[in-house]
Ligand binder design. Sequence first.
Ligand code: GLA
Length: 398
Amino acid sequence: MSNSEIHEPAGRIENLRQKFLKLYGRHPEGIWRAPGRVNLIGEHTDYNLGYVLPFAIDKNALVAIRRKAQFEHSANELNLASTYGADEDPKVTSVPLDGLTPQSVSGWAAYPTAVVWALNQLDDVEISGFELLVDSDVPVGSGLSSSHALEVSTIVALKDLYDLGLSHTQMAQLTQRAENEFVGAPTGIMDQSASLMSRAENALFLDCRSMESRAVPLPLAQNDAVVLVIDTRVEHSHVDGGYAARRRSCEQAAEILRVPSLRDVGTVDELQVIEDELVRRRAKHIVTENQRVLDTVQALEAGDLQAVGKLLYQSHVSMRDDYEISCEELDTAVEASLAAGAIGARMTGGGFGGSSIALIHREQIEAVSQAVLEAFAQAGFKAPNIFTVVADQGAGRA
Ligand code: GLA
């Protein structure tokens, strides 16, 4: 796939190559890219082994890498730097690989390190030191998976460089292990999968139990529709308690129902035996959300965007009222989008901040953006970042 087809300006790649040379004094062996994602629908269903429907977006983490030779100084050390916010030479973080233990690295450097750690847990793999420079335009803390983009770009690079022969599913599982065990965030498998497996102009319909997936065409162009992202700039983090607490409630519900996961619950009626009202409501979100994913796939295949729009909003209401992971800024963005004529809108991603999406007709971009900006100003919120996204191709060599 050529660079133009993956919406990556060649200039950005060349720029990174030059910056790498300037910083480390050598050329990188290559540059790899991994996109962030928007989840169209299917929220918090992944760790309940249910269905998700995300797509990769035209915002990427690019990593330039050069492996160190055995005789080099600090051969078994990672040197990690980012162009983010760096006017002059980026600051280099050094991480020795000998005796590396989970949660011993903080900040963004934890993500590429976590991937190396996870790979080195495999019997037949030994990754040693390398130099890395990352350049990412996935907004940090926006709920668009900036951290997963970084992990995925690192793993696709190492897979190529070490000829590891890993499948997409194996790479998704390894990056999930990196995130869960090394970084310490109890997240599911959706974000990595979207970044690895997506196809341009399609959403990725993934069954998180079997890991079977298929591309579902997004009928946007023929309907003159686009997806608008509203980044509320309320930063979220999944290392914090809210995400883990939701996950625990789901596990509790599955235990009470004596099923391996909430994926195995077919109807809301089956939840009546759960006495704890809060746990019941959390489980209700998961059961209804799984059905909404299936319904959305059908509606997309029928080219019925109005039906998709309704499902998006139902999903938002469920997250707001039953799963309680929305916030005032996200609700304001969703309601203002709909009032200004959006076909559908919902918060996307883990919640507690981050972004919402609105499915709109192309000619509404201005009106919807304006309406959201005004609603935010009126409520006294920080101005959001608003932009359209394109469903892009999954990760690979840039
Ligand atoms: C975060 C996690 C995902 C998923 C979503 C919620 O993005 O990384 O695994 O659980 O939240 O759908």
